[in-house]
Design a binder for this molecule. Structure first.
Ligand SMILES: Nc1nc2c(ncn2[C@@H]2O[C@H](COP(=O)(O)OP(=O)(O)OP(=O)(O)O)[C@@H](O)[C@H]2O)c(=O)[nH]1
Ligand SMILES: [Mg+2]
Length: 456
């Protein structure tokens, strides 16, 4: 791990646009000397706010405000850091950044401050990701979960798993080192019960991480079906306002429409699409092409059918969606079938035996059952069930660890194969350490931090 970076970076840390205050942040070995040039003063006391004038290279005053220095290692990045707090105008702040660059700093890349904090062991990778998640949080539940991750709740869980695995590995590898006693070691029951305990713990963390991911990302639901089925009406009913145009003309919706709502704190990203049919109209054709493109990216598909023509087998979605066979080939997308216009067909609203939901988008009948179903289908257990925020890559890593533990159990019980069990335990540990970043490839780090905003 590196302890200092060769260059000094600068960026506006506050949101773009105008505000009462705007903060420019410097980090790196020259941060203090650059700040001295800007405020024209050599020794500023650490962590004390000084009211000063900010000047450019030519000595012209750009702004006045507070300068605060945070000498290494007691700073966000672990390097020398300086904050210049001026007035929050984009032009003033740009001029201040330019003055810092003229004095030797370099414009920071997206996420570079957080990346340096990570590289200097100020925080682990899940905590760095939690900062971005906290800033991006769209609901109070996701903000709370991200804050807990930032405070290390998720990292602690993962570190405890790693500790337990290390303990188990030491035991198993000791057994391998004494081949004449290996079988006794492995069959004395301790390895088996420890392995079961670690596996159970890993499952629990995976379950919690899934809740954390749901609170952050929610579920993307594409509403598809033939024209006039009532797709846009459902979107409007769920959103609670007229997001989409509704008419009795088949082919009303042509563009892809998006609305994000919340179900009990779970974000639900609704996507309304053009009605599917064979059409000669090029605009409609493009709309249908886009509808299928959205389905391929969705977490779940809601197939909407007019309940007055619902004779088809609802388990065969291809019979309900024109052209879907070739478009959705090899796609394993969970599906909810909704039969709409219950008020016209007279079907009772609610979930049927065959799993389909009968609703009336017009009257709202059956919508509550549908909302409940969507939460359940996502596996969402409700607000307050997510102690920390998590991302898809964390879930993948936990699943890999779990798969390695499962394989380890098979080696132990099936073949009493110590070497292979040890290998699986090593693989599980490696997967877990990717979560906190103890063990992470550089290109993954690059991808994670580049998705942050500049100045973070
Ligand atoms: N009676 C009744 N009419 C409905 C219901 N849902 C939708 N409609 C009517 O059905 C017609 C079509 O509704 P839309 O929501 O535009 O249907 P769509 O599936 O989005 O249609 P396209 O955008 O053309 O694909 C409109 O006249 C709606 O008012 C319902 O539950 N009951
Ligand atoms: Mg529509």
């Amino acid at each position: 791990m590196q302890t200092s970076s060769p260059d000094t970076i600068v960026a506006i840390a506050t949101a773009p646009g105008r505000g009462g205050v705007g903060v420019v942040r410097l980090s790196g070995p020259q941060a203090l000397s650059i700040a001295s040039l800007v405020v024209g003063e050599q020794s500023l006391s650490p962590r004390v706010a000084h009211f000063r004038r900010f000047r450019d290279q030519a000595g012209e005053v750009l702004d006045e405000g507070l300068v605060i220095t945070f000498p290494a290692p007691h700073s966000f990045t672990g390097e020398d850091v300086v904050e210049l707090q001026g007035h929050g105008g984009p032009v003033i702040l740009d001029m201040l950044v330019a003055a810092c660059i003229a004095a030797g700093a370099r414009q920071a890349r997206a996420g570079e401050f957080s990346q340096r904090a990570f590289l200097n062991d100020k925080m682990d990778l899940t905590q760095a990701e939690a900062i971005a998640d906290l800033i991006d949080a769209g609901t109070s539940a996701s903000a709370r979960a991200a804050l807990h991750s930032l405070q290390g709740v998720f990292s602690d869980e993962v570190n405890q798993l790693v500790e337990a695995l290390i303990g188990l590995r030491i035991y198993v590898e000791a057994a391998i080192d004494f081949p004449e006693e290996e079988i006794d070691f492995l069959s004395d029951g301790k390895v088996a019960s420890d392995l079961t305990a670690v596996r159970r713990q890993c499952l629990r963390v995976l379950d919690e991480a899934n809740q954390g991911r749901l609170v952050r990302e929610g579920m993307t639901l594409v509403i598809a079906g033939k024209p006039n089925a009532g797709k846009s009406s459902l979107m409007n009913a769920l959103a609670g306002f007229d997001a989409a145009i509704v008419t009795d003309i088949a082919g009303t919706t042509r563009d892809v429409l998006r609305e994000s709502i919340q179900l009990d704190g779970m974000p639900l990203n609704l996507i309304d699409t053009a009605g599917l049919r064979d059409s000669a109209d090029v605009v409609e054709q493009e709309g249908i092409r886009r509808a299928y493109a959205e389905m391929r990216k969705a977490d779940r598909l809601l197939v909407m059918v007019d309940s007055r023509d619902s004779e088809g087998d609802i388990n065969d979605i291809h019979s309900l969606l024109p052209q879907s066979q070739q478009q959705l080939e090899n796609l394993e997308l969970p599906v909810t079938v909704v039969l709409n216009k219950a008020d016209l067909s007279g079907l009772p609203a609610g979930q049927r035996e065959d799993g389909a939901f009968v609703i009336s988008a017009a009257s709202g009948d059956g919508l509550e059952a549908l909302r409940r179903h969507l939460k359940d289908a996502a596996g969402y257990q409700g607000e307050g069930q997510s102690r920390f925020s998590a991302r898809r890559r964390h879930i993948t890593a936990l699943e890999q660890a779990l798969a390695a533990l499962d394989s380890g159990e098979r080696q132990l019980h099936g073949h009493a194969a110590g070497e292979l069990l040890a290998e699986d335990l090593r693989a599980a540990q490696k997967a877990l350490e990717e979560i906190t970043g103890t063990f992470t490839a550089d290109d993954l780090l690059g991808r994670i931090f580049s998705s942050f905003c500049i100045g973070k």
